[in-house]
Design a protein around this ligand. Sequence first.
Ligand SMILES: Cc1ncc(COP(=O)(O)O)c(C=O)c1O
Length: 262
Amino acid sequence: AWSKKAIAEAKKYGEVIVAASSKDKNYSYIPDCSDLDIPDDADYVYICENETIHGVTWQQLPNTKGHILVSDQSSMFLSQPCNVSDYGMIYAGVQKNVGPAGMVIAIIREDLIREDLDPKMPIYMRYDTHAKNDSMYNTPNCWAIYCCGKVFKYLKSIGGLEVMHQRNIEKAKVIYDFLDSSKMFHGTVEPEFRSLMNIPFVTDSAELDAEVVAATKAAGYDNLKGHKSVGGLRASVYNAMPIEGAQALVEFLKKFEAEHTK
Ligand SMILES: Cc1ncc(COP(=O)(O)O)c(C=O)c1O
């Protein structure tokens, strides 16, 4: 879904070639991107590294054949270690794992901060504007920056992204293990590409899905309704969700299943 939006936006500025897609199976996997047909004159290769709505994540970055890799990491940023030098640019809205909504963090390779841009490009939309002004060209979102700083310090204090990653693996496993053992609930993503952050699942009927959503909501588990383009349910377990939250949800779903299975 986010790539679809990125494609529509990029088309306003240039030619877009969709080098790989998993549309054939409702975006439930990541296609093999080891030998893509990428035109020599492509400016960059874009990926959405964790697809928030469908719950798929890249385990291995695509072979860009020497082209710049641009990644939307919004829904996985700081959830695991990342080798920043593999990318030309990473961007992420901070609202999932880092701080309050209303700010994006962009990490861009210095040589990509270009000055030879169309003069009609708004000053604010130029990366060189932000780079030259230490991200303070305008009055920045101080509150979000302050909160992000707190989160960065917290991540360091627990031992960094390796530790966070381990926690996220253990937490997601609680839910995936349940889904794999349940007769009522099924994960919708091929196991190899399952996201650690967004876990979509379904029952065998839309009516039962709706019943589960209502029951979870009544029990105090909010936001489990899957995105409207996918249906079913989705548990988003970002960094801030403790493993106890995943365990409590699984206990609830187990009980629901037992009560609704004759
Ligand atoms: C992967 C991804 N990219 C982009 C966005 C859009 O973020 P924003 O609403 O901050 O523009 C989202 C929001 O959920 C997202 O998950």
